[in-house]
Design a protein around this ligand. Sequence first.
Ligand SMILES: [Cu+2]
Length: 688
Amino acid sequence: MMRHGSRILSTAVGLSLAAGAAWAADPEIDKLLQSPVGKDWVTNGGNLTNQRYSTLKQIDTTNVKQLKGAWMTRLKGSGLGGKYSFEATPLVKDGVMYITTGNDDVFALNAKTGEFLWERWSDIDQKLTSVCCGWDNRGLAMGEGMLFLGQLDANVVALDVKTGKEVWKTPIEVWQDGYGVTSAPLYYDGIVYSGITGGEYGVRGRLTALDAKTGKILWRWYTLPAPGDVGGDSWPAGTEHYLHGGATIWNTPSLDPELGLVYFSVGNCGPDYDGSMREGDNLFCASVVALNAKTGQYAWHFQEVHHDIWDYDAASPALLFDTVVNGQPRKAIAQAGRTGWVYILDRTNGKPLIGIDERAVPQEPRQKTAKTQPFPVGDAIVPQCAQPLEGYERAGCIFEVFWEEPTLVQPSGIGGTNWSPMSYSPDTGFLYVPGTIRTSAFARYGDSYKKGKQYNGGTQAAPIGSAMSGNWTAIASNTNKVAWQKNVTYRVGSGGGSTTTAGGLVLHGDPSGTIQAHDAKTGELLWQFQTGFGAEATPMVYEVDGDQYIAIAAGGNQGVGSANGDAVWAFSLKGQVNPLWPPPQPAAVAGPTGPIAEGVDTVKIGDNNVEYRYFPSRTRVKAGTAVTFTNVGDTPHTATSFENGKFGGWDTGPLGTGESKTITFDKPGSYYYICTPHPWMYGQVVVE
Ligand SMILES: [Cu+2]
């Protein structure tokens, strides 16, 4: 590989490389990471900016209608099963594609034909109890002849890029304590940066930097500061709540070599919906943070939501771009929050670039709510006020407060924009933002921290019968205003994001199973193609032997309920492969789905490797019937009554694997229920 030649090569390209870097461990990859994306796509976000913008333009607005499948490969059943989501962005280098599945398995494929070159099965424990929101892996990084990935069991792993053989494996935490990794790491200049999950398990979030050669941990930067650290006074003094405040990192950092800073978005506070014990702003929950990329030293932060009690993460990747504001060239960073706003900042210092006002917001003393919240100048991408609903006494707009009385709020606790990445085109100056339109019924309950257990302090289920949909918005990056917007049937903010090209296209998948291309300037839908599975990953673009390809993973998203699968598609102008039949479509209305099972008095939770569902989800029994709920899944679940947002009238309580609880239904009526840690699971018992 390049290792021995690296010192010589780096002097040749060194002038455009990182300031102060005498030599690079992998000058070829480092150069690609700093360049506009061309024929290879060597990191999750395309390059260090996370812009997901390809300079390839063989496929453009005039010919995109001709696109067909060049190939489709099924990944041998990896990640097949309803507990999985398939959100990975493939990497391509020198005609080879590398992709991860929700089981952390890695495959190398011939990028021209889709044929298998090697495969590496993760052998992760199938009984992990620390996965909050679907088994998922968002992708890889590469450098120094290796591929890097984070696993759900909290290991960061390096594989030989030629063979898939393990080079090193470093536990950055212990999954039994609630930790995991779903984000794709970032490789740059000899360092692998990894996020960590566990925001629903009372963990202490951090960015971990590892030596790419050895896997040795170089430094950790905790997103929850200790007393005396920067931000340490934003947690109540003399308590340990800062140790259990979540603030995890769901996505790949971005990095500016000239400024020497690494940037990332930080997730929600824990416990999610109960702020009563954690008075203060609770840094660095729901923030964008910049650190010295070499040392991990704090540089700046911007908190999007103070004292978060709505699960309003910054979960989507932070994106770097250069722009001109009032005639001045500026270095910008943008992040799409679950609040429905895009936060546009100066990436040299974290100050708002376009304007963000601190405004007074509703107060709930028991929740210790923050007095003000940041309101960006410009437009939100989704509605920020909930409509009143029969049966609910409280409804409000963003930052509306709640205690135990269910309170309807938009955006929901999953956004806005959740994990899905946005993209940026320097040709239009637009950011292409995926959005989820949904209502949460927020309600708080008391919760105490237990190591390795869910620590939510409330719930945010969508009301039975309430509409759920999505949209795509082009945001003008110099004004933060909507340039165009397209509503879509299903939620698109949770899984796959957008990619844009110099051919004038915005590409994205859809939970219905299609991959779609829009005109980047106008939003006009130019092409769509049915992949046969929920297309909930972010597309990427590459070139082999002079032909441009567009690739996407298609395997669904368990949170949205789109069709599970294990397919990777590549499209080209020479493609001959036809679309598949549409798969079963996800729900556009909240509540239990499927036929009513007559006379069935046993409900299994997490059966058939579909972790987050009740089987059957609807049943009809006679008055006086005892219904037995049994958890046959891997994760603790509940069946908890949910009537007009009020929950807990009857409750199985948390059921571990194999545990059962019987509830007797005496009175005729309809009884809805949810799983409190997974409030997108719904069931119904109809009693005659
Ligand atoms: Cu559950």
